[in-house]
Design a protein around this ligand. Structure first.
Ligand code: FES
Length: 93
């Protein structure tokens, strides 16, 4: 989790990952965040090529790395699940 307690979602913006799906995932995640008013809970960031293009596109959600996610709805589900896990954990404390 990011220092400011936001869920950090990082997308590889290298040319391979971008072309293989992260371009659409980025805009769909931005839409998901704004439609659900999650701007203060999710921090979306891009990064340069990791040198692992063959297994891309790459996305990191919190401390979990995912590869080969080329579908926006799958990426959105993973972000939603990560937020639910954070909520569940905070309810335990
Ligand atoms: S472009 Fe994403 S790992 Fe190379």
């Amino acid at each position: 989790m990011a220092e400011n307690n936001k869920l950090k979602v990082e997308l590889c913006m290298g040319s391979s990952c971008f072309a293989r799906g992260n371009s659409g995932i980025l805009s769909d995640l931005e839409g998901f965040i704004s439609e659900n008013g999650l701007e203060d809970r999710v921090e979306l960031e891009g990064h340069l090529c990791l040198g692992k293009c063959n297994s891309g596109p790459h996305i990191t959600i919190g401390d979990k790395e995912f590869s080969g996610i080329s579908d926006s709805s799958c990426a959105i589900d993973l972000v939603r699940k990560a937020l639910e896990e954070i909520d569940a954990e905070s309810n335990l404390h």
